[in-house]
Design a protein around this ligand. Sequence first.
Ligand code: BMP
Length: 217
Amino acid sequence: MERRHGLILALDVESGERALEVCAQVAEHVDAVKVGYPLVLSSGISLIRRLAEQLPVIADFKVADVPHVCAAIARIARDAGASYIIAHGFTGYESVRACAEVLPVFVVADMSHAGAEEFITPVSDSIARRCLSIATGIVAPATRLESLRRLRGIAGEKVIISPGVGAQGAEPGSAIRAGADYEIVGRAIYCAAEPGEAAARIAELTAAALAERGREA
Ligand code: BMP
């Protein structure tokens, strides 16, 4: 995906019609759309192809299974039109590789909610180190910038996509300043009265953070 704004829309609405409407409103302000269970389970996987006509689609199925099932899920996502897939890393290298052989993978290294600290945060560095060689990048939290910064140090040149901006409390631009390449935003865009305007405002901040980092480099 081409990075123009450093912004990915998380499209967790539960209506296909609404999804297509929001996507059309925000398409010029975001670089990709992330689609997960709320939309696919309510509207069907065929919606991915229609969204992919507007933007690259990241299939956020947080795949966590034995390798042959991971491969099957990735194949279904690819055949539906997704360009990327998100997988968990705690299931081990072979499971992530099974996805990566089918589609470029983002591996969940750490998560943005408080409960992440129970199990995943203590092993997030190991997950990233183990999976980065076969991953396009990782998912790391905008809500805990110390984790994001540490993971940036591990990820090298790989791509970091970062959720937690907006409704979960992180400020637009903050994750990019801490080392993310893209910020993922859902409710702050699709619940706004004018999703297009909300996306434009947020994209201005993420793009400014990218430009700032570019000047520092
Ligand atoms: P919102 O901006 O509405 O909080 O949505 C965040 C999106 O990022 C959701 O699609 C969620 O599944 C995803 N996400 C997250 O919030 N935290 C993570 O650690 C990993 C995620 O994929």
